[in-house]
Design a protein. Structure first.
Length: 102
């Protein structure tokens, strides 16, 4: 059976392209195969195969909080700590870097 293909032309930031292709190369996956997989997942999902949304809220800034709002945020943190809902600082910083592209 003869295989046919179609060309796809897309403009993308050079840094994004370089980083993605470096990862794909380490995985042994040609960019064209990754794009084909992405398109097939779009078909299977009937849309993008991942959530596309804005963050619920931006990180809090002390300058933007009233004294009452700051007290409420500190109280939330204190309650979380008392309930044992804590994480190592290294994990929190890594999540912040990932979530806010720092």
């Amino acid at each position: 059976m003869a295989t046919t293909s179609a060309n796809l032309y897309a403009r993308i930031e050079p840094d994004v392209k370089e980083q993605a292709e470096s990862i794909l190369a380490a995985l042994g996956i040609p960019a064209s195969s990754a794009i084909t997989m992405f398109y097939k997942q779009i078909i299977l999902h009937g849309g993008l195969p991942f959530e596309v949304k804005l963050p619920l809220r931006k990180p809090l800034s002390l300058e933007e909080l009233s004294e009452e709002e700051l007290d409420a945020e500190l109280e939330k943190g204190y309650q979380s700590m008392r309930e044992g809902r804590t994480k190592p600082a290294s994990q929190v910083f890594e999540e912040m870097r990932r979530d806010y592209h720092l």
